[in-house]
Design a protein around this ligand. Structure first.
Ligand code: SF4
Ligand code: SF4
Length: 120
């Protein structure tokens, strides 16, 4: 009983473990995978990402030289970024990736990799 009272008092005086989301943004780790981006301009359409994707979420258009990700199928495993020879696939810290319509998951999140030379 005494130990329980001590525990309750300790918890009352300590800071909460939860954050005040959405007012307060979550702190994520350096290697956090939030949203997948492909720098389409520098894709060489080698298809390595496509053949290595376990869910079939990434499809390469070899005529237009770019890779398209269906974010509703992507499990953020990082395999495509691992195999991409030119390091154009990367993950941002953005974890607010919900979409209202399924088709919107096919909208691409482009932009050059901010960590060139490093696998995201
Ligand atoms: S992160 Fe994984 S699931 Fe998502 S597109 Fe890349 S290989 Fe496919
Ligand atoms: S592995 Fe990289 S370069 Fe090759 S098709 Fe995929 S995104 Fe483009």
């Amino acid at each position: 009983m005494v130990s329980m009272i001590i525990k309750v008092l300790k918890n009352l005086l300590s800071k909460p473990f939860t954050s005040k989301y959405p007012k307060e943004k979550a702190k994520v780790s350096v290697n956090f995978r939030g949203a997948i981006h492909v720098d389409q301009e520098n894709c060489i359409a080698c298809r390595l990402c496509e053949v290595n994707c376990p869910t079939g979420a990434i499809v390469v258009d070899t005529k237009k030289n770019y890779a398209v990700v269906d974010r509703s199928l992507c499990i953020l495993c990082g395999m495509c970024a691992e195999v991409c020879p030119v390091n154009v696939i990367w993950f941002s810290n953005d974890y607010e990736n919900a979409e209202k319509k399924k088709k919107d998951f096919r909208k691409q999140l482009p932009g050059p990799n901010p960590r060139p030379g490093k696998r995201s």
